[in-house]
Design a protein around this ligand. Sequence first.
Ligand code: SAM
Length: 246
Amino acid sequence: MVAQDLAEASELLLSSELAHRAARVLRLRPGDQVVLFDGSGLEAEAVVTAISAREVGLRILQRSTPPREAPVRVVLYQALIAATRFELVLEKGTELGVQAFVPTVCARCTSRPAPAHALAGKLARWRAVTVAAAEQSGRTRLPEVSKPLPLEEALASSPGPKLFAWEHAVEPLPKVLERLQELHPQAVSLFVGPEGGFTAEEAALARSCGAVAVSLGPRTLRAETAAIVLCALSLLALGGLAPPAG
Ligand code: SAM
C-alpha cells in the first residue's frame, strides 16, 4: 500500500520501508510490474523505473477500481483482549472484508486501553496489521481502526442493525441473519466480548440500545474465534463473500 493518492500521481517515488521491501525482499528490477493500492478503493498497475534500497521509482500504467469490497459495511466492535489475539482479529477481519474495527472497553476487559501517551503507537501497530492483511488479501480499501470506546458509547454510535454475540442468547445467528437479509442493510455492527464475557448488565444495555443477542452455538468460543465466525457468517449472508463478478 502506498501513501500517495493514486488518482493524482503518474510517477511515484517510494522511500524507506517500501523501497527496502521492493529492492531487498521482492528483489524487483527496472521493468518489473507491480500492483499498488492506496486504501481508497483504487488500484494501479505500475512499472519500476529505478530502484535502490532507499528509493523506488514507479510509473503508473493503468488504474482500476476492482469490485473486491463487501456490499455491506461491517463494523466489528471487538472488546479489548490480549494483544496477539486482538491482532489476530484485525488480520482475519481484514481478510474477510470488515470495513471498520472499534476496540471496545467492557467491564470484564483484563486488557486496558493504552494510556494517552502510548495510544498513537498502539494505533500505528494495529494499522500496520490491517495494511499487511489488506495487501495479502487484495483489499482495495483499508479498514479503519478507531481508538478504544467504552461499550456504552460504542452501542450508541454504531451504524445499522446491531448483533451482540452472547453465550446466553437463545436466537441462533443464522436465524437472525435470515431476517437481516430481507432488510438489505447498508451497514451492520457486530459486538464480541472479552475473554471474561459480557456481563448481564452489558447484555441488558445492548438490548436497550436495539441490539439483538445472537448465539454462535452451544460451545463457548474464544473471543477471537467468535469474532471470526460472526464476521464470516454475517458477510456470507449479506453478500460479502460472493465470488468476483464476471
Ligand atoms: N468466559 C465467558 C463465559 O463463559 O461467560 C466466555 C467469554 S467468550 C471466551 C468471549 C466472547 O466470545 C463472548 O463475550 C461472546 O461475545 C463470544 N462468544 C463465545 N462463544 C459464544 C457463543 N457460543 N455464542 C455467542 N457468543 C459467543
